[in-house]
Design a protein around this ligand. Structure first.
Ligand SMILES: Cc1ncc(COP(=O)(O)O)c(C=O)c1O
Length: 414
């Protein structure tokens, strides 16, 4: 890249790489001819993108709506009334949360942009590290969080989730540590939580969500709850909740939802934000200047899917399929000497790498170059996760069997 162009851009973007998943994908494409030649056609277990067909129902609906003339014009950024009302109904039925579709729900072009736009609206961009606003995020956590916070001119403070704290750390203790480390509590703007968690697959109960709401209210900050995986769970006793079910949540909380994972509709780019009406208004100011909402046809088809028995049936069937698929894969990995448990939710496995590898990048690099198995180094999710990799169990059963076969044949056992 020419320095004279690069130096015109802001410091963060100058030092940033493309989003890790697309970097890995580019490497996969580059190596594909070589891998095919040695019978190791790449099997992607990197992106959280299910390969299953989307619900038939939503395709039929979208085709019907495509024929309606006035659905091809600009929508409002907030979303079509039909979509907002369908979301309100879904939130009521699924979580018993009452929302006003006029003021407490906002359509999104997938939840990623919604989160990024909210963060941008929330923080004051600063150059100097010590002056930057802070958002508390889970660590490990979705790789985009840190990047979108940096890009907005703020900084992320990682809250470690581990077995010792049952993946649900006491937030008052975290704040004490944060202050002890010399950080300024007044800089904290929000607590961002993600249960079920990418990449750990852990969940939390309603009491913990209430703890987070109480913490945010007490300290006058916002609770951002990323509920992208709320429909992907394998045991009724761990059925995910909405933070909006908690007492006082409507005073401080915004929650993000996505069609991407539950309906395998990653490419459709559809989601919603809901919660406190003032936070929604601020999000609206940011979003309405940079985008003009979701294609009406997609909103209409999505609304029908949310309200239909077909939508729920699809979710239920997918969860059974995923449960069997993940369990079989977990058994396969454990037969190679790994020690991995069935996740409570999501389709992610967080795998400890064998000692002989120097770190997760070396392991992931070898898996790709030798075996064509595409996975993500743990450091993409937490700086200190050097001994872990994330596998998305999104491939077909046949491909997953092939992954285990290749790992055995190519020496990737413990
Ligand atoms: C935790 C989490 N949040 C949000 C997203 C973004 O999903 P989308 O933009 O497709 O709705 C993802 C995608 O992988 C994710 O893992």
């Amino acid at each position: 890249m020419e320095e004279n162009i690069k130096k015109l851009f802001n410091n963060e973007i100058q030092n940033m790489k493309n989003y890790i998943m697309f970097e890995i994908k580019a490497r996969q494409v580059e190596l594909t001819p070589e891998l095919k030649a040695k019978n190791r056609t790449p099997i992607p277990l990197s992106m959280g993108a299910p390969v299953d067909p989307v619900p038939d129902f939503v395709i039929k609906k979208a085709i019907e709506y495509m024929d309606i003339d006035n659905l091809h014009t600009y929508t409002t950024p907030k979303g079509e009334v039909k979509f907002l009302e369908a979301v309100a109904k879904r939130m009521k039925e699924r979580f018993n949360v009452e929302l006003d579709p006029k003021t407490e729900i906002f359509s999104l072009i997938g939840s990623k942009e919604g989160l990024a736009n909210l963060v941008k609206a929330l923080v004051n961009p600063k150059q100097k590290e010590e002056e930057k606003d802070v958002i508390l995020i889970p660590s490990p956590g979705y790789a985009s969080y840190t990047q979108m916070i940096k890009l907005a001119g703020a900084k992320a403070y990682g809250i470690e989730l581990n077995e010792e704290n049952n993946f649900t750390p006491n937030m008052e203790k975290i704040l004490e540590e944060y202050i002890k480390e010399g950080n300024d509590p007044n800089k904290i703007k929000a607590l961002l939580i993600n249960y079920p968690n990418n990449p750990l697959g852990c969940t939390c109960d309603l009491n913990y969500l209430q703890h987070c709401v109480d913490f945010c209210k007490k300290h006058g900050i916002i609770l951002i709850s990323d509920n992208a995986y709320c429909e992907m769970y394998y045991d009724e006793s761990y059925k995910p909740h909405s933070a909006l079910e908690c007492k006082g949540a409507m005073d401080c909380c915004i929650e993000f939802y996505s069609f991407s994972k539950s309906y395998a509709m990653t490419g459709w780019r559809l989601g919603w934000a809901c919660g406190n009406k003032d936070i929604i208004t601020m999000l609206s100011r940011s979003k309405s200047t940079v985008d003009t909402g979701v294609f009406k046809v997609i909103q209409y088809a999505g609304a029908d899917l949310l309200e239909s028995p077909e939508g729920q049936k699809y979710i239920d069937e997918q969860n059974i399929k995923f449960k069997n698929k993940i369990q079989k894969f977990v058994d396969g990995l454990n037969s190679l000497g790994y020690n991995v448990k069935m996740p409570k939710a999501t389709f992610y496995l967080w795998l400890k790498i064998p000692e002989r590898y120097s770190d997760c990048k070396a392991f992931a690099g070898d898996m790709l170059e030798k075996s064509g198995i595409v996975i993500v180094p743990g450091t993409g999710f937490a700086k200190n996760a050097t001994r872990y990799v994330r596998l998305s169990v999104v491939a077909s059963n046949e491909d997953l069997t092939e992954v285990i076969r290749r790992m055995k044949e190519d020496g990737f056992h413990f």
